[in-house]
Design a protein around this ligand. Structure first.
Ligand SMILES: Nc1ncnc2c1ncn2[C@@H]1O[C@H](COP(=O)(O)OP(=O)(O)OP(=O)(O)O)[C@@H](O)[C@H]1O
Length: 529
């Protein structure tokens, strides 16, 4: 091997090739270059195994021609090739071997002289065998064993590189499918994907949507707070869609989902060699979101060490990828979301105050579902429709008793918990109507006492000392109004307010009159009984 000073360098390159991003074509081309320097041949052919056939994919040497490059053979017809793959050992053959076993693999394609020598090298890595490399010489001199051993190692390296390329191609395909799936879902959801924000019956939600629309038009950072599952990410997407950046990317990063050590590179990217395994330059979320919007979800989980870098990126719209001293500029609108109290995190020195002020120029607090129960009827319609687009179970609806059951629960997991409860109930129900019995919500202390719901009656909390005692009429008025909101103003029929309150409709109407409840604002007196 002393005759080949480039060998070490070539071997090093080949190992590198096995872990980098080269395509299969480049891999094979460089691989054949390398083998031509360590072993003499008149024809080197790479065959890949496809459904029991070996198909030539590349050829090199004075005897290589179009016919060779298009050649393919049935593996079963060539025991010596089969054996090389089964034993995973390279082997040199003589004319003797061919005459006793299989014919020459190139019979009918090339006229190799009688007694020529050849070598078969399996390309196997891990569980897989990808094909074989064959080397042919017109001379009758058999390949020496040390050369065979060396080329065998070469075959293993090449197979490892092929395996890497195959895995990368699979990952890329899955990534593309994922992306297409997300786009499809988005287009199926159409313009309604904000969910009910602007049509909410809750004054708090309507005000929040109005302010969100206003701030969407600017580049001001927005801090969205709210309990888990209240729809923070959905609101962030809505702000992006309502903004002038709508046609640009919306990128999100959940700071709690990525290990702290990887967050800096995820956010700002890295350059090749920045750390072990960084085989190439990689853009971070900031660069990916260039021109668009970046949502930093669970911002409270961002390690303090990274907060200074984020602050600078926000102020100067510039940062350095990990391992690089070159400044990168990115024009990104930042939205941040959190369900933790950042003031407390600041007091505990887990969150920088300057970053907090930078991010919370425009705070938006999403109310928990229990503070907007009046939205339950239209939320269930919306969520069941969304669910139907995914599952195909169309026409599902929640009955009046079902709605009462939903309204009696406090929803600690908010909209996400509601969406899950609806999906679970749909799976367990044969027909199209979800009733109180369809929902397996925990009773316990969160359940409220609702007439006819079967929930355990609890002793109400005592009124605070000195509090003004509301009159019975005021309490009745408020309760009737609440139930009317739930039924969207409907008094009569199953699911109407009278049925829910356990009254005759005429009794309820006269009581409404007495209490000064005429019609419900926001409803078009929807009496469809
Ligand atoms: N305005 C809305 N209308 C209808 N459904 C909504 C709305 N907002 C959120 N949802 C539904 O509620 C669920 C939770 O939404 P999202 O992921 O946006 O909440 P989140 O507050 O970001 O949650 P987390 O705090 O866990 O990150 C999703 O299934 C979403 O479809």
């Amino acid at each position: 091997m002393g005759r080949h000073p480039e060998v070490t360098q070539d071997a090093r390159e080949l190992v590198e090739l096995a872990t980098t991003e080269e395509g299969v074509g480049e891999l094979l081309r460089r691989g054949l270059d390398w083998v031509s320097r360590v072993v003499p041949f008149d024809l080197a052919t790479l065959f890949l195994l496809k459904e029991g056939r070996l198909e030539a994919v590349a050829a090199r040497g004075p005897l290589a021609n179009q016919a060779v490059r298009k050649h393919s053979l049935q593996l079963a017809d060539f025991p010596s090739l089969k054996q090389a793959l089964e034993t995973r050992r390279a082997r040199a053959f003589t004319e003797e071997d061919h005459s006793h076993g299989d014919g020459d693999p190139f019979d009918g394609v090339l006229d190799l002289p009688a007694g020529h020598s050849c070598m078969v090298v399996p390309l196997c890595a891990g569980e897989r065998c990808y094909g074989v490399l064959t080397l042919d010489r017109a001379q009758c001199e058999t390949y020496a064993q040390p050369v065979v051993d060396l080329v065998e190692v070469y075959g293993q390296m090449l197979a490892t590189a092929l395996q890497g390329a195959e895995q990368r191609a699979t990952a890329e395909r899955l990534h593309r499918q994922d992306h297409e799936h997300a786009k499809l879902l988005e287009s199926q959801l159409g313009g309604d994907s904000e969910g009910i924000l602007e049509t909410s019956l809750s004054p708090v939600m309507r005000d929040l949507s109005r302010r969100a629309r206003q701030v969407a038009e600017t580049d001001t950072p927005v801090l969205i707070t709210g309990e888990t599952g209240t729809g923070k990410e959905r609101l962030a997407r809505a702000i992006h869609r309502w903004s002038a950046r709508a046609d640009q990317p919306f990128v999100s990063l959940n700071c709690a989902a990525i290990p702290a050590g990887l967050l800096e590179s995820e956010l700002f990217g890295h350059v090749k060699g920045a750390f072990t395994g960084a085989n190439r330059d990689r853009a971070g979320r900031f660069q990916m979101a260039h021109g668009g919007t970046l949502l930093l979800d669970e911002i409270g989980e961002l390690p303090v060490e990274l907060q200074a870098k984020l602050l600078r990126a926000l102020q100067e719209k510039a940062f350095e990828p990990v391992g690089s001293d070159k400044t990168v500029r990115a024009d990104v609108r930042i939205l941040a979301a959190t369900h933790v109290d950042l003031h407390q995190a600041i007091a505990q020195k887990r969150f920088r105050e300057d970053l907090f002020y930078r991010l919370s120029v425009f705070p938006l607090r999403l109310p928990p579902l229990r503070e907007r129960r009046e939205d339950l009827p239209q939320l269930t319609v919306f969520l069941l429709e969304e669910q139907a687009k995914r599952t195909g179970r169309r026409g599902m609806r929640v009955s009046a008793s079902g709605l009462t059951r939903l309204a009696s629960y406090d929803w600690p997991g908010n909209l996400r918990e509601l969406a899950n409860a609806l999906e679970r109930a749909t799976i367990l129900t044969r027909g199209q109507e979800l009733t109180a019995q369809s929902f397996d919500l925990p009773n316990g202390e969160r359940a409220r006492e609702v007439p006819g719901s079967g929930a355990v009656e609890e002793t109400p909390a005592p009124l605070p000392a000195g509090a003004k005692v509301p009159t019975l009429a005021a309490v009745q008025r408020e309760h009737i109004l609440r139930v009317l909101t739930l039924t969207r103003g409907r008094v009569y029929g199953e699911g109407g307010a009278a049925a829910l309150l356990g009254l005759k409709p005429s009794t309820l109407q006269s009581r409404m009159k007495k209490l000064g409840i005429e019609r419900l604002e926001g409803f078009t007196a929807a009496e469809d009984a």
